[in-house]
Write a new protein. Structure first.
Lengths: 261, 683
């Protein structure tokens, strides 16, 4: 934040900073929700598709839309405010760009879900594509909704009008998002090419404990030559040892965290 | 057989037909024997049919039987083997195994099934290699184009998981996206992190499956460079043919215009047009790579590029098929660069190469940049059309008039009439003789007929793995330019002074202060006098000089000097010419200058190309042009009639030659135009 050197503007900047922080928090949570929605959407039409999944999707969608509405108001009001200092304006524009990209992603995901539910119907469970997934995505949904746990009542039967009702609500919501995007473009003119991001080009690796799936994937790629049997065995042993080592490391780390927090 | 369906200009009614065909093909798989099958375009109906097939395939009861995939510690269900897929497809559609394999490969290429091992090669292997169905979220669709933002997020995610895992082309893409999507980059990185964290909430096997799915999706939609992608569908159409068009007044207006134009179109009798079609098909059917064999093998099928290397434009020995094509029509001959070279060689022997050179110059003008147009037009005029030009072409008076008038305000097509005239001349005259000429016969004899390749499976796979990109078109263009420059510089020049003409730059216009071209041709009809009062002796003199010059030219081929000639304005009388000629010979001047001094008269005799260039001495009033530009690519075109006469003085010339050859580059003749003025003064 650039230092504003006038005492008169102190209150403004303070409130501006707060507004900025609020906006950032909102946008961050929207990004999180959209990411989770994508994961949920990727399960639609597969063998793990169920009413529960659709329910989770719906809830995530609602949350996303509420957040989107809030951010929209927040950002539009601030960006239309002519007296906003330059530095804050830049930050706001960054948030704006992130917000519009989020909305676009959400829009596409929603359209895809609508489309898939048209092709693969829940009612015909044999037509759900066997994609290899087994578990549900309730953890992801819980993360999206920021709830520690998601208690879902299992509904066994499929109410007859649910699908069509769902489709119509989805279409409504999609058109809502559409309108929001259009409104945004109308009301606030943000020159995208002037916006400069802060962050690095490469995202830093988040954690190293995901070597499990890495190892699994690397084995996947090693399974190319069916004739290299002894090699496979050797690589199996090597990976097993590696995994055991990783388990130990993870265990000690969690113990440390447990003891020191 | 390869079925390639292109949608570019398909009307709705035709599209219905094609849709029906596709449905028929997919559902019945009737008697279509093929070795490979490729729909090079995804359309809505293809997607629909593929989806139907896929839903059937994955049915647990009636579909392909699945088995669990065993990874180190996890077991992931719903993996299917390649051979099972092929067997199921063959069974369901009642087609043979090869067909089923092609069909399966198509499904993999489109992204409905993805391989678990060797994930970059999107083919079905008829063995126990494993595949899995792709989740509907990642199915190909045309309604929402694949976004670069998603790709950036995916790459960022992979980088988060393990730094440096991106391949080279992915790295390049990432940098490129970072550059032009820079404003979104914070968002991209944040979204990648969030998606990564959300993925961690899932169970391990599901995470692996999702990663495989996503990776397969991006292999299909962002293939590594050099691979053929099923997603290449060419240009996007402006309108979606599947949507019903609203009946607005605009729509009806368009229909009205269309029908009006159809009525106004000139009509040809169907017997004539069908006859032409039949003739065309009969002629070209042997040369069509779809309808008949492509020797040695079709590179698109076997990944072996011998066919392309054998048919490159600068190849020494062409293939028999190619030479046969040249006999079909003159247009074929000219459009094939190798054919054109051959024809040029023939014309050089016949000494009527200026026709082809003029034609090529006109083409260059037509297709060149607008900046260079004016200069090129000037150049061509000076070289080919001006009175007394070094490579004067023979066109009729009316065309010349039109052309010269047009040259006052040159534009791209100003030489069109002349070009057409010359083209028809070449076609009616030279082409026939070319086909009977020894040059052509020689080429035909030397032409090779390559053996057909017979690759087996293993070799085909090997070829696929060894695919390499070809020469960049930039390099090829540079080579062509170099060749052109070399050709331009091929003619020998005995220029002794280093002037700006020593570097052969065919397109450099050096306007040397000549009065406007149109004004020069005060009497354009003059060059077309059928009879010239020229005695044979100049011809024999010319003969000596030209034969000597020809020999000298051939001897000093490739020296790389430019030849500068100044055409004589016909001011020299015969005696003066003979005098100057002998003098020049003794002094060892450039043969070209000699020839230049004689050129207008040289072409007197009715040559085969019926060139008549009498430039009578009446034009003494005309001030001799000091120079007419620079003439770079002058190959001396000597009318064949000159050779008929016995060449007595050749021996003298031969004796002179070694002496004069040493004298080349010596002090006597500096620049041809200057020598000309001197001759004018002295002669």
């Amino acid at each position: 934040m650039p230092l504003v050197n006038n005492k008169v503007g102190d209150d403004c900047t303070a409130s501006g900073d707060k507004a900025l922080a609020d906006g950032k928090a909102l946008v961050d949570s929207l990004i999180k929700v959209v990411a989770c929605y994508r994961h949920l959407a990727s399960c639609v039409g597969g063998c793990t598709d169920s009413l529960q999944l659709r329910d989770e999707l719906r809830q995530t969608r609602e949350k996303a839309q509420n957040l989107a509405g809030d951010i929209c108001h927040h950002l539009t009001s601030h960006l239309r405010d002519k007296s906003l200092p330059d530095g804050q304006r830049k930050e706001m524009e960054l948030l704006w760009v992130a917000f519009s990209s989020c909305l676009e992603l959400l829009h596409v995901d929603m359209c895809k879900v609508l489309n898939i539910s048209g092709i693969v119907s829940l009612a015909d469970s044999a037509s759900l594509v066997h994609t290899g997934l087994e578990g549900g995505c309730s953890d992801v949904a819980a993360r999206a909704l920021s709830l520690p746990d998601l208690n879902q009542a299992q509904t066994d039967s499929l109410p007859s009008g649910l699908e069509s009702q769902e489709r119509s609500t989805m279409e409504l919501e999609i058109s809502q998002i559409d309108r929001m995007i259009d409104d945004m473009e109308m009301k606030v003119n943000v020159l995208r090419w002037m916006v400069e991001p802060h962050g690095p080009q490469y995202a830093d690796p988040l954690s190293s404990t995901d070597s499990v799936s890495m190892a699994v994937q690397s084995i996947d790629e090693e399974q190319q030559a069916p004739t290299s049997q002894p090699l496979c065995q050797r690589s199996h042993i090597f990976v097993l040892l590696l995994l055991v080592g990783v388990f130990f490391v993870a265990a000690t780390l969690s113990l440390c965290i447990f003891f020191f927090s | 057989m390869i079925v390639v369906v292109k949608w570019q200009n398909v009307e709705k009614s035709e599209m219905d037909l094609i849709e029906k065909f596709a449905i028929f093909f997919f559902s019945s798989g009737a008697a279509v024997s093929s070795s490979s099958f490729l729909i090079s375009l995804i359309s809505h109906c293809v997607i629909l049919q593929a989806e139907k097939v896929l839903l059937e395939m994955q049915d647990p009861c009636t579909g392909v039987k699945s088995q669990p995939q065993r990874l180190v510690i996890t077991i992931i269900p719903h993996a299917i083997t390649g051979e099972d897929i092929i067997a199921w497809l063959a069974d369901r559609f009642q087609i043979d195994a090869q067909e089923a394999r092609s069909f399966g490969s198509m499904l993999v290429a489109l992204g409905y099934i993805y391989p678990l091992q060797d994930h970059k090669r999107l083919v079905i292997k008829p063995d126990a290699s494993l595949y899995r169905f792709q989740t509907p979220y990642f199915w190909p669709t045309q309604q929402w184009p694949v976004e670069d933002t998603d790709y950036a997020i995916y790459l960022a995610k992979r980088n988060i998981r393990k730094k440096g895992i991106l391949e080279l082309h992915e790295q390049e893409q990432y940098n490129h996206l970072h550059k032009w999507m820079n404003h979104k980059w914070d968002f991209v990185v944040m979204q990648a992190k969030e998606q990564y964290r959300a993925a961690k909430e899932r169970k391990k096997p599901d995470r692996v499956v999702f990663d495989c799915q996503e990776r397969a999706y991006w292999v299909v939609h962002r293939p590594p460079p050099g691979t053929v992608s099923a997603m290449d569908y060419g240009l996007d159409r402006r309108t979606d043919p599947n949507t019903d068009e609203t009946q607005t007044p605009d729509y009806y207006e368009r229909i009205m215009i269309f029908t009006q134009q159809s009525i106004m179109r000139p009509r040809v009798k169907s017997s004539v047009s069908i006859g032409a079609l039949v003739k065309y098909s009969a002629t070209y059917s042997g040369h069509d790579p779809f309808l008949s064999k492509c020797l040695p093998s079709n590179p698109w099928l076997t990944d072996d590029t011998t066919y392309w290397t054998l048919n490159m434009s600068n190849v020494e020995i062409p293939t028999k098929m190619r030479v046969e094509r040249w006999t079909f029509s003159f247009k074929e001959l000219l459009s094939d660069p190798r054919g054109r070279d051959d024809f040029r060689l023939f014309l050089k022997k016949e000494f009527s190469g200026e026709n082809l050179a003029f034609w090529e110059g006109c083409e260059d003008l037509k297709w060149g940049t607008a900046v260079a147009m004016r200069e090129k037009a000037e150049q061509i005029y000076k070289t080919f059309l001006a009175r007394g030009a070094p490579r004067w072409i023979n066109i009729d008076g009316k065309t010349m008039e039109i052309t010269v008038k047009g040259l006052k305000h040159p534009h791209r097509y100003v030489l069109d009439a002349a070009q057409t005239h010359i083209y028809m001349l070449m076609k009616k005259d030279s082409y026939g003789r070319y086909l009977k000429s020894p040059v052509f016969k020689e080429t035909l004899k030397k032409a090779i007929c390559p053996e057909e390749h017979k690759f087996n499976e293993v070799q085909l796979e090997q070829n696929a793995r060894n695919r390499r990109p070809s020469l960049s078109p930039i390099i090829i263009r540079q080579q062509e330019q170099e060749q052109r420059a070399k050709m331009a510089a091929n003619a020998p020049v005995d220029i002794t002074q280093l002037c700006r003409f020593t570097t052969p730059v065919p397109h450099l216009a050096v306007y040397t202060g000549i009065p406007d071209p149109p004004s020069v041709t005060a009497s354009p009809s003059l060059p077309f006098l059928a009879h010239t009062p020229v005695c044979p002796s100049p011809i024999s003199v010319a003969l000596d000089s030209t034969s000597a010059s020809e020999r000298r030219m051939e001897a000093s081929d490739g020296e790389g000097n430019t030849e500068v000639r100044a055409p004589e304005g016909g001011n020299l009388s015969k005696s003066r010419m003979a005098l100057s000629l002998r003098r020049l010979l003794k002094r060892g001047c450039s043969p070209s200058t000699m020839f230049a001094s004689l050129s207008p008269k040289c072409h007197t005799a009715a040559t085969t190309s019926s060139r008549i260039q009498p430039i009578t001495p009446d034009e003494a009033s005309q001030a001799p042009p000091r120079r007419i530009g620079n003439f770079f690519q002058i190959k001396v075109d000597i009318p064949p009639e000159c050779r008929i006469y016995p060449i007595e003085s050749e021996d003298e010339d031969e004796e002179n030659r070694p002496a004069s050859r040493d004298a080349v580059g010596t002090e006597e003749i500096i620049c041809p135009w200057e020598s000309l003025t001197r001759q004018n003064g002295t002669g």
